[in-house]
Design a protein around this ligand. Structure first.
Ligand code: HEC
Ligand code: HEC
Ligand code: HEC
Ligand code: HEC
Ligand code: HEC
Ligand code: HEC
Ligand code: HEC
Length: 264
């Protein structure tokens, strides 16, 4: 079993390709197993290809065509048809296409919006991240991948991940208004996105922070005149007292509306 990327698309670095070779193989296995199990009871679903889906879901296919996922090709078991793109996540679609009623249609296609399992077949790394101690409550069933990602849109992280740096935070702002601003006294770090400080799938650090200590801040605020940071000497052992945002120091790492120095 092999998996191929169509080479006419933009350049892709080798690591994800290697990962996807492994994971797509796995996906074929899992989905063929799925359709096999189904087939024991009813007719077995076969892959029909994206052009068939387009007959009824035209807009979705149009939008999807420019996504990373649309380039994944998973050859099917009987090699007559290819399970790719849509069916990599939704499973083989022939029974869904032939269905007579809407009820039947819903019963014959996987909707991965309800559980991350369909995504985990390929995204093992993210599965591991969500099992770290501090994580968004996905494993607990309170959220799914689609709270932050739109699988059909060209911007995997919605909205407008590539278009604008500020937009990247919009998805977080839906649920975390207090941290997202705008602030009278903003911390410019937020312009680079919440993810400069947080690993949002999961982390070994409290609050899903990337670092648990001053290094979180020093990666941007390191000066050659260290321990001078900003215009203030931090030499009196301050940064050894605890992380920069504790002990009454920089307690508003996201920004403040009241006090410039609270941020400071
Ligand atoms: C002959 C028309 C037709 C074709 C072809 C078709 N679909 Fe559908 N699909 C429908 C209809 C009708 C619904 C139900 C819409 C509703 O109830 O609002 C639906 C619903 C869905 C749903 C939502 C199911 C749910 O339970 O939430 C998914 C996912 C889906 N289709 C994926 C696909 C994929 C993938 C393909 C290609 C393999 C495909 N469809 C091909 C007509 C079609
Ligand atoms: C990366 C995985 C993935 C791929 C590839 C994918 N989908 Fe989906 N699809 C999803 C998820 C997840 C949902 C549930 C969305 C939600 O809950 O917000 C979904 C939902 C749907 C629905 C239900 C309507 C809706 O918006 O909830 C339809 C119809 C559908 N997909 C069709 C397609 C078609 C057609 C393709 C190929 C052009 C496709 N999907 C490719 C993951 C995928
Ligand atoms: C068949 C395997 C497969 C499945 C199933 C799958 N993915 Fe992916 N996904 C990939 C591969 C391979 C890439 C990397 C593509 C690249 O780097 O160009 C990727 C990339 C991504 C990206 C980064 C997008 C970007 O534009 O860089 C996100 C986000 C993502 N997937 C989310 C999901 C979610 C959410 C689901 C489930 C709804 C899912 N994936 C299901 C294989 C899969
Ligand atoms: C709380 C929001 C959120 C949830 C929930 C979420 N993601 Fe992400 N994901 C992000 C953000 C933000 C990025 C960009 C990370 C960055 O730029 O450092 C990302 C990046 C990715 C990438 C690109 C590679 C990487 O790790 O940076 C993949 C693949 C991905 N997510 C898959 C998933 C899957 C699969 C799920 C569900 C199991 C999921 N994500 C749930 C926010 C989320
Ligand atoms: C759909 C809503 C939703 C979205 C979108 C969302 N989060 Fe969350 N977030 C939550 C929930 C729920 C928790 C868990 C809160 C708890 O356990 O008290 C959480 C927890 C967190 C925490 C840890 C808070 C703590 O007190 O430990 C951080 C940091 C965080 N999210 C950052 C982000 C970032 C950054 C993004 C954007 C990439 C994001 N979130 C997107 C709902 C969301
Ligand atoms: C400069 C680094 C940095 C950036 C950028 C950042 N955070 Fe944080 N965030 C922190 C630190 C540090 C804490 C821990 C604060 C504490 O424990 O008192 C935190 C805590 C949180 C918490 C837990 C509640 C709280 O306020 O203590 C949430 C939720 C959160 N951040 C969301 C976000 C969101 C959403 C964004 C993007 C809009 C973001 N963060 C950007 C550093 C950052
Ligand atoms: C992504 C880079 C980045 C990270 C990470 C970062 N900052 Fe900043 N920070 C900036 C930028 C850019 C400015 C505005 C320019 C400046 O004043 O140096 C700023 C300004 C500040 C200021 C105001 C300085 C002044 O003189 O007005 C303080 C205080 C500050 N940051 C504290 C922190 C703390 C505490 C952390 C860790 C929780 C942190 N920063 C992490 C980029 C970052």
């Amino acid at each position: 079993m092999t998996a191929v990327f169509s080479s006419s698309q933009k350049k892709i670095n080798l690591k994800p390709i290697f990962e996807s070779l492994v994971i797509c193989g796995l996906a074929v296995f899992v989905f063929s197993a799925y359709s096999y199990a189904e087939g024991q009871e009813k007719k077995k679903a076969e892959y029909v290809g994206m052009s068939t889906c387009a007959m009824c879901h035209e807009d979705m296919v149009k939008e999807f065509n420019s996504t990373a996922h649309s380039r994944i090709v998973v050859p099917s078991v009987d090699e007559k048809t290819e399970g790719q793109a849509c069916e990599a996540c939704h499973g083989a679609g022939s029974l869904h296409v032939d269905a007579q009623t809407n009820e039947e249609r819903h019963a014959t296609i996987i909707n991965p919006g309800k559980s991350p399992d369909a995504c985990y077949q390929c995204h093992l790394k993210q599965k591991a991240e969500f099992s770290l101690q501090y994580h968004h409550p996905l494993p607990e069933g309170k959220m799914t991948c689609t709270n932050c990602h739109d699988p059909h849109s060209p911007d995997g992280v919605r909205p407008g991940a590539t278009a604008s740096l500020m937009d990247k935070n919009e998805v977080c702002a839906k649920c975390h208004k207090d941290q997202s601003g705008p602030f009278v006294f903003e911390h410019e770090a937020l312009r680079e996105g919440c993810t400069v400080c947080h690993n949002v799938h999961g982390s070994i650090n409290d609050k899903m922070l990337k670092e648990r200590d001053a290094n979180l801040c020093l990666k941007c605020h390191y000066q050659t005149t260290f321990p001078l940071i900003g215009n203030t000497s931090h030499s009196s052992g301050r940064i050894r007292v605890g992380p920069c945002w504790s002990g009454g120091c920089h307690t508003a790492p996201h920004g403040s509306n009241y006090n410039e120095h609270e941020r400071l």
